[in-house]
Ligand binder design. Structure first.
Ligand SMILES: [Fe+2]
Ligand SMILES: [Fe+2]
Length: 263
């Protein structure tokens, strides 16, 4: 049996620092074979840089995934090709730089395929169909992986649930990201795919999806533009912990949360 930990969007320095500090101990205590993290908000809340990605992998992250904020940091469009263990959303236009998927090999040689698809409901990037893209990658790479993690970075719950059912029995885990709020629907679907609508975020929970409360609230109240700094308090790591069987599918899945206060 293998243990896979998927963690939701890292938000800014608070999320990064706690993850980097705690991941070694978590890997040990949970007996993790893989840790996969969405890093799309890791640089000041928007995007990622090559050096942040390197810090994350040095801390014990096996694969860094991204979302609609992939290109937010200037220069990352050229840095991405030199950034290892990281993939950009697979259904972006094919001329976009970066790898659309990554295969991570565990210490004992098991191969985990990881890719992210962006949803198309209420999302702005130009994308191909997330369902067809998932089909194509799973089919084209058949024989090159033992387990498959498909991340759906999307706003609409229904689109995420639909992809879970669509890939049931073909992926080891289908997990959502992007809303930064963890959902309480973690389960293993009938044909063996673990599923959770949203993994939540690794970042400050005393805030509004990772940002300071007052400016976000102010923007809702008066609509005026303002800076939205990353919040600081109550940093938590949110995600999904999955047990994987020899058949490439899930035999168990639980929502994961680590809170600073409880340690
Ligand atoms: Fe995000
Ligand atoms: Fe996002």
């Amino acid at each position: 049996m293998k243990q896979l930990l998927f963690l939701g969007d890292i938000v800014g320095a608070p999320g990064r620092n706690v993850l980097q500090r705690e991941l070694g101990a978590l890997r040990e205590s949970l007996g993790l074979d893989w840790v996969v993290v969405n890093g799309e908000n890791s640089a000041g809340g928007s995007g990622i840089t090559r050096s942040i990605a390197a810090d994350l992998t040095r801390a014990g992250v096996d694969v860094v995934t991204l979302g609609d904020h992939t290109w937010d940091q200037r220069g990352f469009d050229s840095d991405i090709t030199a950034t290892p263990k990281l993939c950009r959303p697979a259904n972006l236009p094919k001329q976009c730089p970066g790898e659309p998927w990554f295969i991570s090999t565990s210490a004992d040689g098991a191969r985990l395929l990881v890719f992210t698809v962006l949803g198309r409901q209420f999302m702005t990037p130009k994308t191909d169909c997330p369902f067809e893209t998932s089909d194509r990658i799973l089919r084209d790479l058949q024989g090159q992986y033992d387990y498959a993690l498909v991340e759906i970075h999307a706003e609409a719950t229904s689109e995420k649930v639909a992809l879970g059912w669509y890939l049931d029995g073909r992926a080891s885990l289908v997990v959502g990201t992007h809303t930064h709020v963890a959902t309480a629907d973690t389960r293993v679907l009938p044909r063996g795919t673990a599923y959770q609508t949203d993994a939540g975020m690794c970042g400050p929970h005393e805030g509004i999806i990772g940002r300071e409360i007052a400016p976000v609230l102010g923007r809702f109240l008066d609509g005026m533009p303002r800076r939205l700094p990353v919040a600081e308090g109550d940093v938590r790591l949110n995600g999904c912990l999955v047990q994987l069987g020899e058949d490439g599918l899930a035999c168990g899945a639980n929502r994961f949360e680590w809170c600073e206060q409880e340690g």
